[in-house]
Design a protein around this ligand. Structure first.
Ligand code: ZN
Length: 250
């Protein structure tokens, strides 16, 4: 039959596993949230870039309309020139024509600028669409993987909890309470082996008196390390007190 301390160590192992599972169950969905959020951000970014491209195209069409109107005006004015009667009228029309032509040149220059912008924007949107498609696939894959891991973890967690209950039922309540108290306080390791006269958790040298007390202790005694507070036990190989001066003389 396993000793109480063997069982406590088993419980400790189960508790460490439970902690790990709970941590993973908490952490992985958060990670999924983060990558999904990033994906949403990238989608919004792409939508903004597409909107920019739309505005650019709209502006180009507006400028093209301006050119067409100015051209019409210029043609109409050129036709009117043939019918003028005075020099003043002629000069006024020439001025209007030259103004309309200037308008055409300005708008055409702006159209060229917009077209250069269009090219850059189209390249940007295309690259962003490709990257987003790739990212979406990656995120979907990761989400599915995380779901699988978390599902598995939940099953393992349920099984480990049952196993822990079963083991805990075999330990003396006093020892179990002491273990739980120490573990709550230390947050992790609560049981530590005394090896070579030292606590294997904090590595401090234990008092001879405490070591002797530990060797003589029964299964239900709770002897803790004076430095870190761990419940101490003597591994089977250590039961012969090598540091005991009496046994060294033998
Ligand atoms: Zn210690």
């Amino acid at each position: 039959m396993a000793s109480y301390l063997d069982l406590i160590r088993e419980i400790q192992k189960l508790d460490e596993n439970l902690d790990h599972l709970e941590e993973e169950i908490g952490r992985l969905p958060k990670h999924v949230e983060e990558i999904e959020k990033k994906l949403e951000d990238h989608k919004a970014q792409l939508a903004a870039e597409k909107h920019g491209l739309e505005l650019n195209e709209k502006e180009r069409r507006r400028l093209e309309g301006e050119v067409a109107l100015a051209q019409e005006k210029s043609t109409r004015l050129t036709e009117q020139i043939a019918e003028v009667k005075t020099n003043d009228q002629y000069r006024a029309l020439r001025n209007e024509i030259s103004f309309a032509k200037k308008e055409i040149r300005t708008a055409e220059d702006q159209i060229i600028d917009r077209m250069e912008e269009t090219e850059a924007l189209v390249a940007k949107v295309t690259a962003a669409e490709l990257a987003l498609a790739e990212e979406s696939v990656g995120v979907a894959k990761e989400v599915a993987e995380v779901e699988k891991v978390v599902d598995g973890d939940r099953q393992k967690l349920a099984a480990s909890r049952i196993e822990r209950e079963q083991v805990a039922a075999q330990v003396s309540p006093r020892l179990l309470r002491a273990y739980q108290r120490v573990r709550r306080k230390l947050k992790e390791r609560a049981v530590s082996a005394a090896v070579g006269g030292r606590c294997s958790s904090c590595n401090m040298v234990l008092r001879q008196q405490l070591l002797q007390q530990l060797r003589r202790s029964t299964d239900e005694d709770v002897i803790t390390c004076e430095f870190c507070g761990c419940i101490l036990y003597v591994p089977e190989l250590e039961t012969v007190p090598t540091e005991d001066p009496v046994s060294e003389q033998q």
